[in-house]
Design a protein around this ligand. Sequence first.
Ligand code: WT7
Length: 656
Amino acid sequence: MSDIVTPTLDNLSEESRTFPPSDSFAAAANVTADAYREADADRLGFWAERARRLDWATPFEQVLDWSNAPFARWFADGRLNVAVNCLDRHVAAGLGDRVAFYFEGEPGDSRTITYRELTDDVCRAANALTDLGVRAGDRVAIYMPMIPETVVAMLACARLGAPHTVVFGGFSSEALATRILDCDAHVVITADGGWRRGSVAPLKPAVDDALAQCPDVDAVLVVRRTGNDVAWTEGRDHWWHETVDPASPHHDPEAFDAEHPLYVMYTSGTTGKPKGILHTSAGYLTGCSWTQYEVFDVKPESDVYWTAADIGWVTGHSYIVYGPLSNATTSVLYEGTPDFPDKDRWWSIIEKYRVSILYCAPTAIRTHMKWGHEYAARHDLSSLRVIGSVGEPINPEAYIWYRSHIGGDRTPVVDTWWQTETGSIMISPLPGVTAGKPGAAMTPLPGVSADVVDDDGNSVPNGSGGYLVLTEPWPSMLRTIWGDDDRYRETYWSRFPGRYFAGDGAKRDADGDIWLLGRVDDVMNVAGHRLSTTEIESALVANPKVAEAAVVGRADETTGQAVVAFVILRSEAGDGGPHVAAELRDWVANQIGKIARPAQIMVVAELPKTRSGKIMRRLLRDVAENRPVGDVTTLADTTVMETIRSGMASSANQED
Ligand code: WT7
């Protein structure tokens, strides 16, 4: 494990203001400080009460079975249907006419979808998928733009008990194929494309390419979104509008065991192969439903909630789909980018729909900061009352800009720490309780047990840094890595036995509040996207010109980190030719996806290695970030860093 990187620690002390909730906010808040006391007194009883917010076909007796740790079973003798909890029960309670989604397409088309309409659509899709052969337990891959059919597809799978695996539309055909094969999906749901900055971003060609490697996929359901031409495989491909639209809107849901698999979400780890994070039904839904209610103080009857993230990531799963719908929230779903047709698109959406809760990533906030606050100033943002941040540490400067220019110096800011693996928010202020500190995620939520520990696993005192661990199981925790129980145990539960190792560095301040400091492993965070250094290295060495590669994340003002790759070429490739860097950057984009494309590639003759042959990424990070190179005494060849540094100085940034 590498050293703890603390890129923002030095800035933290500059902003010492805290922001307590206003009296009126606190008085009307969903959750008070009592929740902490209640959970401390009886953690399992606390979670059982939260699980009872859901509709159970068979109520549970047992709360947690931890006898086979670290394999948890929550509420295991109960049964429910996740889609019924997100839809049918609200319609039955008389909320059928409530808006579930205001969909805003990038070209400006919009649709208002009520709970009744969404329920009918999900039933139609469930019937259509059944006709295509999907049965409980079968995996279904979803590769879609940000459109309502994506939500319908996910909920139809949930209704059938068929775990979905949503693959972010920005991933390449290679990455899609790997995921389809890993979880053995036989059905794929996709679209002809989505709209992006005024043009069509096609999806179907990547599916067609991927399926050349996936012989077991026998059905592809295709939504017509953009109307562009697509290649068609008769017998395998089916148009959504010819299959789902005519299907019956009646579907009798089956109840499934609380531990029935709900979905697999792939995320980057420290090795080349992405991990299929498995979430199951009732515990996951309990976690994202309750945390959406408590952290955002959602009043479903009046709020308009917007998570500006992609459904292809866990943030979208928990806080666009499952959390908000389980609470009968009205949400915004936006297809496109923040700068189309102009850089005020987000703010115009907030004004148009009177959005009251906004949840987005620091990288987006910093991008808006860079564009200037005049774009926000063009719009009436007075409807906002809570604003949130997720995905990476938020620097105090961005926090203050967000609170002031977007939140009107009025709204609480919730900096929420969690991961794909945790399923729902773990560490966050409560907007009606906590006096927020710019840059701090503050304290574990009621019912969550976290600690910051040193190398030996001992709790660190206030004022010190260490590793973040979660010390007790929680309902929305991952259950395993799909098909790889050993890797699950090894990755999360072996570094500090009995405790969940998150992979993040953290610090406790003088008050005992928690500040997240970034990853301590070989995982990078680029624009809130999690990327593995090893995965990109594997992609690079798969190129015939490359002999060896080392990848590091260097600090970047906007995206948090940027990918920098150092490569050694094979001798038969000579100097690689004048375009080798551009070629390799595109190669990585094709292998993994554009999000993984290195900002800079440097061809080097040697890489810094220890005598045992381990690449010292710490030193490469020093070079990439223009710092004096740290301790080189463990290097096998101490001159290699000098050569790399002088080469680096003459290689310009290659970013688009
Ligand atoms: C990693 C998890 C959770 C949804 C989005 C990312 C980093 C996440 C914060 C935060 C500091 C954060 C951590 C974590 N992270 N939220 N509020 N402050 N860092 O999910 O792709 O699973 O990535 O994102 O490093 O381990 P993910």
